[in-house]
Design a binder for this molecule. Structure first.
Ligand code: MG
Length: 437
């Protein structure tokens, strides 16, 4: 009932029209999709159902087929029991928070506009979405060059829907593919759908055992991608993004690149060293997409493996990122480990300090004041850089009663010092603010 009402709210927001719907492979997907589609039909929408497809494929299809909007039923990287409803604008980009609030207002204040009995919508199948998407991805790389490299690729889509376009793409690119966790199964029996290093042991082992050039892991809906080099080492998204950024800046000198404040200084250092301009945003992929469109930037990236390649679409896209990495490896004619090893090295550590939700704004205010002389970034939490290259982000969690502290430094000895110093400072401020109330 809830999903059908959300569908009706979304259909009311779109004012009818043609809406594309697709879903990931979760066990609740069919049920949720059918309910949402009912709501959309009740609002008079014509629904084009693409069925199973990854998020970036659905986003591309909304724009490619000239839809008035789209809905994706997916819970991305979350555990199997979750599901979610994402709403897309006609350009395939997710609604901004402000636009989401408009949908919520329709829902919570029952401002639904159901269609009359004689103008209910209907569903139609949509064919060709995957083909059109793969063709578009291929148009951004040199297919012949990649084919000549005859890469061996281990693909781990986490039993998610990423396998649908990725297998086709990799075969078109002449890759020899070893597939693990390749059956679509909403129980995610192979591994957790979040592509974190601790979940990618199987991929790492298979890369080494099969003598592959690269391992590719996606999250459950394949908008995030994490890469493993030929030695079996898993590299976090900051590093693959830095490699793509460097390649991009050689093609588009002086370009502006967008990244959230949680990204490593590695990204800042590489972008600045190659003549690019870095624009920081709040944490969140939708914020990055919207910032890119607002300022005309054509590349964005997140530390979790989201790469936004604007010439294709300004959203995270696992298969597109995969094609870019293969393009770079083919051009460089060097193993992925060599490209990773030459990046500036940073050590990263995280911790957290307990802080009740109601104290968070006061703690933030005090932190801003204390670091004023260092001219911190204050878009989302407080981030400061020191002269030795170390940096710290102190940011209140959006969901838990804690302040997160991320520290980074160029050497292992310094990192503990930096983390400890800021952890105790935040603790002291939380205690002080609590006493002052
Ligand atoms: Mg995702």
């Amino acid at each position: 009932e809830f999903c059908a009402r959300v569908g009706l709210a979304v259909g009311t927001y779109f004012g009818g029209g043609e809406v594309l719907v697709g879903r990931d492979g979760r066990l609740s997907g069919q049920m949720v999709a059918n309910a949402v589609i009912s709501g959309l039909l009740a609002a008079g929408c014509t629904v084009y159902d693409v069925g199973l497809a990854p998020t970036p494929t659905i986003q591309f299809a909304v724009k490619h087929f000239g839809m008035d909007g789209g809905v994706i039923i997916t819970a991305s990287h979350n555990p199997p029991e979750y599901n979610g409803i994402k709403v897309l604008r006609p350009d395939g980009v997710e609604l901004s928070r402000k636009q989401e609030l408009e949908v919520e207002e329709i829902y919570f204040e029952s401002k639904f506009k159901p269609a009359s009995w004689s103008s209910m919508g209907s569903t139609r199948p949509l064919r060709g979405a995957v083909e059109a998407y793969v063709e578009a991805v291929e148009s951004h790389v040199d297919v012949d060059l990649i084919r000549r490299s005859r890469f061996k690729v281990v693909l781990d889509p986490a039993n998610g829907v990423g396998v649908i376009p990725a297998l086709r793409l990799l075969r078109d690119l002449g890759c020899r593919v070893v597939l693990i966790n390749g059956e679509i199964d909403g129980g995610f029996p192979g591994r957790h759908p979040e592509p974190k290093p601790e979940n990618l042991g199987g991929l790492s082992t298979m890369v080494k055992a099969s003598g592959a050039d690269i391992g590719v892991a996606y999250d459950g809906d394949a908008d995030r991608s994490i890469f493993v080099d030929e030695r079996g080492e898993v590299h976090w998204g900051d590093k693959s993004f830095a490699i793509v950024a460097r390649w991009f800046l050689a093609r588009e000198p002086g370009a502006t690149i967008v990244t959230p404040v949680s990204s490593s200084s590695l990204v800042k250092e590489v972008v600045e060293a190659h003549g690019g301009k870095l624009v920081w945003t709040q944490v969140g992929s939708v914020v990055v997409s919207h910032k890119m469109m607002e300022i005309g930037s054509r590349l964005g990236g997140e530390e979790n493996g989201g790469i936004f390649y604007g010439p294709h679409q300004p959203v995270r896209d696992g298969p597109m990122s995969t094609a870019l990495l293969l393009q770079i490896m083919a051009e460089e004619k060097r193993p992925l480990s060599a490209l990773m090893d030459e990046l500036p090295r940073y050590y990263l550590m995280k911790t957290s300090v307990e802080c009740p939700h109601e104290l968070k704004p006061l703690v933030l205010e005090e932190l801003r004041a204390r670091f004023r002389d260092l001219r911190p970034l204050t878009i989302d939490g407080v981030r400061v850089w020191y002269e030795d290259g170390s940096s710290v982000l102190m940011r209140p969690s959006g969901t838990e009663p804690i302040f997160r502290i991320y520290a980074e430094a160029r050497d292992e000895a310094r990192i503990m010092e930096v983390l400890e110093e800021h952890r105790s400072m935040v603790e002291e401020i939380v205690a002080k603010v609590a006493r002052g109330r």
